[in-house]
Design a protein around this ligand. Structure first.
Ligand code: MG
Length: 391
């Protein structure tokens, strides 16, 4: 038996070139605030946290988190790491409970649960490496020949450039495309028309035999969403994502009950009980937890069971290995989100610059290796000159 010897965290701050921001590229929760400077600032994150859990035999498991990395780093270093060191990594469910219960007063959502997620993912990667199996083989195994992915980008912008991007993306054979709304409540009726024009324009390119997903990123409110959903029906979206802020569970339930367009969400929900609540209240038709926020793979697998029992599909937020391994091993996870490899823009792309081994989509699918132990990713120093690293 090997025990956990150390936990190392690093914050990676991108200092390299970025794609300049454009206005209205995605509505977000900050839209309701007085505009002070860059309205999109809260949307972009050019930092990432890596968390390496090392066993006594020198094997290292890698986890990561993207929410508030500098604060999450401190939470792990000062609070969670001492709880984990000395434990047997195969006692993962107990370790999870220990982290959860010892920080319950302040950590069960947000920063605390994000820190728990990063450590838990690293422990799963470590277990995979210790037994020489990919993580999905420890979670139930292969349920798909390959994973169908949907193209997730199409930020709002000039109609012609969105259409050009969709045309370009179609060359890779995706069967689903997610675009972002650029306008919300503060933009009134003219904004509503701008939103609808863009949905129509994307549909014009991808046709009606492909899925179209629409993303609000919490930038609308209940009243606005109630007026928008019926107008969107004719475009047959597979779902409308995060129409209201994450705390407005009642609002999600009301919109979902309209039966007009399926509502999705969950990437800003935390823990097993938090997601169970979304399921129980029928707040979403598609659950989209993010493994590196929700409580890691240990929590995600429990949520998967609850969602499966309620027949609510789970399509985790974001690409990344940890989400793909869960998607591969669960029949109730039908497809995966896929951020195309791209110059650094909002920050979703950063993991392509920090890690090596994340699978790339080919002809609309991606594949996991049956023989690659753990999550199959390594930390790369290829782009090191573009990062400032805080240990
Ligand atoms: Mg989203």
């Amino acid at each position: 038996m090997t025990k956990i010897k150390s936990v190392r965290t690093r914050v990676w701050t991108w200092k390299g070139p970025t794609v300049p921001p454009t206005g209205n590229f995605c509505t977000n929760a900050s839209d309701a605030l007085r505009i002070e400077g860059d309205a999109m600032a809260s949307f972009r994150f050019h930092q990432w946290l890596t968390c390496e859990v090392e066993a006594e035999d020198g094997t290292i498991g890698i986890g990561n988190a993207a929410l508030a990395p500098t604060v999450v780093k401190q939470a792990i270093d000062e609070w969670y790491a001492p709880l984990v060191i000395g434990e047997d990594p195969f006692d993962y469910a107990y370790i999870w409970e220990k982290m959860y219960r010892r920080s319950h007063a302040w950590g069960r959502k947000g920063i605390g649960m994000t820190a728990i997620s990063a450590v838990d993912i690293a422990i799963w990667d470590l277990m995979g490496k210790l037994v020489g199996k990919p993580v999905f083989k420890l979670l139930g195994g292969r349920t798909k020949d390959k994973i169908p992915v949907y193209y997730s980008k199409l930020y709002a912008g000039p109609i012609e450039s969105m259409q050009r991007e969709a045309e370009e993306a179609m060359k890779n054979g995706y069967k689903g495309y997610k675009s972002r709304f650029g306008f919300g409540p503060k933009d009134g009726m003219p904004g509503m028309r701008e939103n609808l024009k863009r949905v129509e324009a994307v549909r014009e390119v991808i046709g009606y035999d492909n899925d179209l997903m629409l993303e609000c990123y919490m930038g609308w409110n209940l009243d606005y969403a109630k007026r928008m959903l019926p107008k969107l029906e004719k475009y047959e979206p597979r779902w409308v994502e995060e129409p209201v802020i994450a705390d407005d569970v009642e609002g999600y339930a009301e919109l979902n009950a309209m039966g007009s367009v399926p509502i999705s969400g969950g990437e800003h929900e935390f823990s097993v009980i938090g997601c169970a609540e979304l399921i129980r209240r029928k707040a979403v038709s598609v659950l989209q937890y993010d493994t590196n926020r929700v409580g890691g793979i240990t929590a995600a697998q429990k949520i998967n069971a609850i969602a499966e029992a309620a027949q609510i599909p789970v399509i985790p937020h974001a690409g990344q290995a940890h989400n793909y391994h869960l998607t591969m091993s669960n029949v109730n996870c039908p497809i995966a989100e896929y951020f195309p490899v791209h110059d650094v823009e909002v920050g979703n792309e950063l993991f392509y610059y920090i890690f090596e081994g994340d699978p790339e989509a080919v002809d609309g699918f991606l594949q996991l290796d049956d023989d690659k132990p753990g999550l199959g990713i390594t930390i790369t120093d290829k782009h090191l000159s573009n990062f400032e690293i805080t240990e």
